[in-house]
Design a protein around this ligand. Structure first.
Ligand SMILES: Cc1ncc(COP(=O)(O)O)c(C=O)c1O
Length: 398
């Protein structure tokens, strides 16, 4: 075995905790164990039928070839229309890049903008892939943390304290994975005022959960004129349209950044899939599919109520995405006579093995005191899962 086979880049990447958990759950399921899966990061709904229909027609129309690297004009136009209609933001064609999911947009941006040692301020808890993508691009993540007592939202003074002469980017998602927290326009304005003072810093605003919002509506940090040119909006079809497998995302940025991302993308993927882009244009022109969002909201309300009934669980009431992220640190150091819980990883692994509920520990999201539950599953599963968690947690109460 050649010990130099693998690059340092890949050797230094931690094993994905979410994938490990999914594998453990799959192994148990294959042995016939009845697992309630609350670990999923994707809508449990199928893509709406009219969107699928549009893709089938696009195939018959001959959309089977490479598209322009930045995306089909019809989709870039639909993105521009969407950004005006939903966000009151003006963009031109040369500012929009269609990508293989929002994830690739983030990778493009980090590879296009970061030099080794450049710092990226990461609002924490963060989505797991941010940390790895920044490191692959040889950037340095700088963690700024907010706990459940501040609804997992970063305050302007925290942001300012994290900025150094090496800061190149600020990266956050709202609505957030893993917390479900949504920044209001007022809260974003406070952050924008800090960033106004640092003209060399750019902001990646990941808005992939924009449509899964049960509060007062979506706000983008690009809405502040003095900042817009430095904000890179990342969004896509995966969550709001239940199109995770289609791999279509997009970004909107100033033309220089957009062009540099097209350059990277041209070498890595040549662009996103053709017929999916036609269907994505159709979906964006249609706008939000409310039925799905209403279902998520019904589940959210029930799930919050049920989780709050579990002793020791600190639960907030997030208004976006489809996750709850309770603080379970009350259980650290506690034993049920058989096992002792010392971390959220312990809690989630034992919960899976003993109570057969799959969750994701907060550790890979930068919040070891929390546990991520996804309610992208049936109401029946939500009720059953909380029953099991309650019973499991009771064992540690003596
Ligand atoms: C915050 C966040 N951004 C981006 C993505 C990736 O989305 P896509 O499927 O468009 O690559 C996810 C997926 O889980 C996410 O949670």
């Amino acid at each position: 075995m050649n010990k130099n086979l693998l690059s340092n880049r890949v050797k230094n990447m931690p094993e994905s905790a979410t994938l490990k958990m999914a594998q453990m759950a799959r192994d148990l399921k294959s042995r016939g164990v009845d697992i309630v899966d609350m670990s999923l990061g994707e809508p449990d709904f199928d893509t709406p039928a009219d969107i699928k229909e549009r893709a089938k027609i696009a195939l018959d129309e001959g959309y089977t070839k490479y598209t322009p690297v930045p995306g089909l004009p019809v989709l870039r136009e639909a993105v521009i229309h969407k950004l005006k209609r939903d966000n009151n933001l003006d963009y031109n064609m040369d500012q929009i890049v269609v990508t293989n999911g929002a994830k690739q947009a983030i990778a493009n941006i980090c590879l296009a903008l970061l030099n080794p040692g450049d710092e990226v301020v990461l609002f924490t808890p963060y989505w797991v892939s941010y940390d790895s993508i920044i490191k692959i691009a040889e950037g340095v993540p700088v963690i700024v943390s907010a706990g459940i007592e501040q609804d997992f939202k970063i305050l302007p003074e925290q942001l300012e304290a994290a900025i150094t002469p090496k800061t190149k980017l600020v990266l956050f998602s709202s609505p957030s994975n893993p917390t479900g927290s949504v920044y209001s326009s007022k809260e974003l304005e406070e952050l924008a005022k800090v960033l106004k003072k640092y003209p060399d810093i750019h902001i990646i605003s990941d808005e992939i959960y924009e449509y899964i919002n049960f509060g007062k509506g979506h706000a983008s940090i690009a809405a502040f004129d003095y900042l817009k040119d430095r904000v890179i909006i990342v969004n896509g079809m995966s969550k709001g349209f239940a199109m995770t497998g289609w791999r279509i995302g997009y970004m909107a940025a100033n033309a220089e950044i957009a062009k540099s991302c097209v350059k990277i993308q041209g070498q890595f993927t040549s662009g996103a899939n053709s017929f999916g882009q036609v269907a994505a244009a159709y979906a964006l022109n249609h706008g939000i599919y409310n039925e799905m969002v209403d279902k998520f909201n019904e589940r959210r309300k029930v799930f919050i109520k049920l989780l709050k009934e579990i002793p020791g669980f600190k639960v907030n009431e997030p208004t976006g995405a489809f996750y709850l992220f309770p603080d379970i640190s009350y259980y650290f150091g506690k034993s049920n006579g058989k096992i002792t819980i010392n971390s959220s990883i312990d809690f989630s692994e034992h919960l899976l093995n003993d109570a057969h509920v799959a969750t994701v520990a907060g550790t890979p999201f930068g919040a070891p005191e929390c546990l991520r539950f996804s309610y992208a599953t049936s109401m029946e599963n939500i009720i059953e899962a909380t029953k099991r968690v309650k019973e499991f947690a009771k064992g540690f109460e003596q």
